[in-house]
Design a protein around this ligand. Structure first.
Ligand SMILES: *[C@@H]1O[C@H](CO)[C@@H](O)[C@H](O)[C@H]1NC(C)=O
Ligand SMILES: *[C@@H]1O[C@H](CO)[C@@H](O)[C@H](O)[C@H]1NC(C)=O
Ligand SMILES: *[C@@H]1O[C@H](CO)[C@@H](O)[C@H](O)[C@H]1NC(C)=O
Ligand SMILES: *[C@@H]1O[C@H](CO)[C@@H](O)[C@H](O)[C@H]1NC(C)=O
Ligand SMILES: *[C@@H]1O[C@H](CO)[C@@H](O)[C@H](O)[C@H]1NC(C)=O
Ligand SMILES: *[C@@H]1O[C@H](CO)[C@@H](O)[C@H](O)[C@H]1NC(C)=O
Ligand SMILES: *[C@@H]1O[C@H](CO)[C@@H](O)[C@H](O)[C@H]1NC(C)=O
Ligand SMILES: *[C@@H]1O[C@H](CO)[C@@H](O)[C@H](O)[C@H]1NC(C)=O
Ligand SMILES: *[C@@H]1O[C@H](CO)[C@@H](O)[C@H](O)[C@H]1NC(C)=O
Ligand SMILES: *[C@@H]1O[C@H](CO)[C@@H](O)[C@H](O)[C@H]1NC(C)=O
Length: 402
């Protein structure tokens, strides 16, 4: 006879079978779409058609890129909206771009757009950029084939998780995200040699509620670059170097830039980077603002300019002399920043004469100079009066410079 319990168990079991069947059916293996995985054949269209099938399903679905090496060119677009949450699982897979820049007609290699609830898990995306770096076609992002293709570009990918992804040898930036609210990047590995060109790790812009955690970045340019319109960003447990540190900006070069507001950067170790924590704004600039910025528990190992507000950022040297930046910097705190500086000037606050830096706090800092000149580290300050808490070495802006 059937007890209520056994009926419940049977129903439960049926649901379980249905669930397993459904979740099994919801995996679209790119091999079923003709991917060869021989590292020679272009498997890009197989990935696109697996995506299109998974994306069109009513229930949560996955694109599976099994272990193997896949060539993808010239570029692929994975576009939503999808009917349900979608996953791309590529654990153990290596996806490679062709080395030849001529094969690209767009400013990205792999683009994902207009998707909510994406989980992109695992995989190595290799941009094979070596030949492109040698050509050095865009030294300052100028015309010609510029900008060069970004390895992974996410636009309007919201409420998503990007995890255990490795990007290597990109031709240009490794990852670029814009309009990607409420997305988490975790265990990301960025690898390109120190002599690569313009290989920023992760560039973000115009988004809010993004967290980047537990990641390792070795590259030639900014490990993380924070552009206009970034709000409520948390960066934690990052190892950076070689590279160019964690940068905000550059800002003020274009009209109507949105503010950068609410950035928490914690537990970062930088080794041998060209800058540490930097803010770059152009002189002769359009208005803009950076506020509510908090740096905490940062270790610097032989970093040039560990802390640097550069409000006269003008790499092309074409800025009008005697003009100041219009980007105001306010409400910034530094707490527990330790280690060594490769330049004598460990703290450099070059703030704007027109909109001085306001409400800046420095607490518990110990940066020592380790370089050929010898002697202690120093600070250089303009248009700032930081509030000093605890012990700050080198003394921040002694003599009450404003
Ligand atoms: C993304 O969505 C926006 C707004 O619906 C639309 O204008 C745009 O064309 C979409 N992008 C792509 C690549 O489909
Ligand atoms: C973002 O994508 C969603 C679909 O996921 C779409 O409804 C929305 O219009 C897009 N927004 C923009 C700014 O493209
Ligand atoms: C980011 O981290 C904050 C603080 O831990 C958390 O409240 C928020 O939900 C996280 N956001 C995402 C998208 O993971
Ligand atoms: C910090 O990140 C590294 C690199 O991903 C990871 O190995 C380590 O477990 C993380 N630490 C914590 C406390 O999560
Ligand atoms: C963050 O850094 C502080 C100071 O160096 C250290 O005590 C703490 O264990 C670190 N936390 C994590 C999660 O790595
Ligand atoms: C900073 O600049 C923004 C944008 O121009 C402006 O709205 C804001 O009032 C300024 N804030 C301060 C403190 O000057
Ligand atoms: C520190 O960095 C400088 C270049 O910035 C380099 O020449 C020097 O060898 C490095 N020192 C150590 C101890 O790594
Ligand atoms: C600004 O002044 C510097 C140093 O005097 C000079 O080298 C540079 O050419 C000037 N730039 C312009 C645009 O006038
Ligand atoms: C800066 O902090 C003060 C309080 O310390 C607050 O009143 C003000 O609104 C903050 N400004 C910005 C732009 O975050
Ligand atoms: C700063 O660091 C140096 C080198 O590690 C150490 O000798 C010194 O005692 C530290 N100073 C403070 C004030 O903690």
């Amino acid at each position: 006879m059937y007890t209520e319990k056994s009926i419940r168990q049977a129903i439960c079991c049926l649901f379980l079978i249905a669930y397993i069947a459904r979740s099994h059916a919801a995996v679209v293996n790119i091999k079923s779409k003709g991917a060869k995985g021989d590292g020679i054949t272009d498997d890009g269209q197989a990935i696109v058609s697996a995506w299109n099938e998974a994306c069109g399903r009513e229930e949560p679905s996955s694109v599976l890129i099994p272990s193997g090496t896949y060539m993808v060119f010239p570029q692929i677009d994975l576009i939503g909206p999808c009917k349900a949450p979608i996953k791309i699982k590529a654990t153990g897979a290596v996806v490679k771009a062709p080395p030849e820049l001529e094969k690209f007609t767009t400013t990205y290699w792999i683009a994902i757009r207009n998707v909510s609830k994406l989980s992109m898990i695992g995989g190595t995306y290799n941009g094979q950029g070596e030949q492109t770096w040698k050509q050095n076609l865009c030294p300052d992002g100028g015309p010609g084939p510029c900008p060069l293709p970004v390895n992974l570009q996410f636009t309007n990918v919201t409420n998503s998780l990007l995890q255990h992804i490795t990007s290597t040898d990109s031709k240009f930036f490794h990852m670029r995200l814009s309009l990607c609210d409420n997305t988490r990047l975790d265990h990301i590995t960025i690898l390109s040699p120190a002599n690569s060109v313009n290989t920023d790790g992760i560039q973000i812009g115009r988004l809010s509620g993004v967290n980047i955690t537990n990641s390792v970045m070795r590259t030639n340019d900014d490990c993380i670059s924070i552009g206009q319109g970034c709000r409520n960003i948390r960066i934690k447990n990052i190892t950076c170097g070689p590279g160019d540190g964690i940068g905000i900006g550059s800002l003020g070069r274009r009209a109507n830039e949105e503010p950068v507001q609410g950035i928490w950067i914690k537990n970062v170790t930088m080794t041998g980077t060209e800058n540490g924590l930097r803010i770059k704004t152009w002189p002769t600039s359009f208005p803009g603002s950076v506020s509510d910025l908090h740096y905490e528990d940062i270790i610097m190992n032989n970093v040039s300019f560990p802390i640097f507000f550069d409000q006269q950022f003008c790499p092309l040297n074409n800025c009008q002399n005697g003009t100041a930046s219009n980007v105001n910097i306010s409400n910034v705190s530094f707490r527990n920043i330790r280690g060594t500086s490769a330049t004598k000037v460990a703290l450099k606050f070059d703030c704007s004469a027109d909109v001085p830096c306001k409400n800046i706090k420095v607490a518990d800092i110990n940066l020592t100079y380790e370089g050929p000149e010898g002697g202690p580290a120093t600070s250089e300050c303009a248009n700032i009066k930081p509030k000093v808490v605890g012990q700050v070495v080198p003394p921040a802006c002694p003599g009450g410079l404003d």
